[in-house]
Design a protein around this ligand. Structure first.
Ligand code: HEC
Length: 126
């Protein structure tokens, strides 16, 4: 009888330690280097006019949720294509309620790699 109780206690202790091992915090995933680069380009070039928090206008509209909006902005353009066009030719589609004052020389100033990483970063803003 006593031995059975001991075995039960042991089993319970084992089950408990297995549980706490499973609940151990997961290591934070390393950020995607391309997205991190895009965020750095954004901070350097775009953050002066665009906030990333909702309903906050600096000079341009907040880009919070832009990846979702971008899907339906222009017929025939995917979200990536719309975001790319917004950066390279901002005057082609002007967001309602805003003036066409976005800087237009990004096509010359940004490298292809910077541009791709920027679009990858903005596509994470769902
Ligand atoms: C001088 C201020 C200014 C800077 C700098 C600027 N923008 Fe803009 N941006 C605007 C304004 C104003 C609009 C709204 C008018 C329009 O659509 O062109 C806009 C619109 C946009 C849109 C469309 C948003 C939507 O909801 O459809 C995107 C995407 C965008 N900008 C991305 C960028 C990125 C990426 C950069 C940096 C490479 C950048 N902008 C730099 C002012 C700026």
């Amino acid at each position: 009888m006593n031995r059975n109780i001991l075995i039960l206690l042991l089993a319970a202790a084992l089950a408990l330690s297995a549980c706490s091992a499973a609940a151990a915090p997961q290591p934070t995933p390393t950020p995607d280097p391309i997205i991190a680069q895009g965020q750095a380009v954004f901070n350097a070039r775009c953050a002066t006019c665009h906030a990333l928090v909702p309903d906050t206008i600096i000079i341009g509209p907040s880009l919070y949720g832009v990846a979702t909006r971008a899907e339906t902005r222009v017929d025939g353009l995917s979200a990536e294509e719309y975001i790319m066009m917004s950066i390279l030719r901002p005057g082609d589609y002007v967001v309602d309620g805003f003036n066409n004052v976005m800087i237009t020389n990004f096509a010359k100033e940004l490298t292809g790699e910077e541009l791709d990483s920027l679009v990858a970063f903005l596509m994470t803003l769902k």
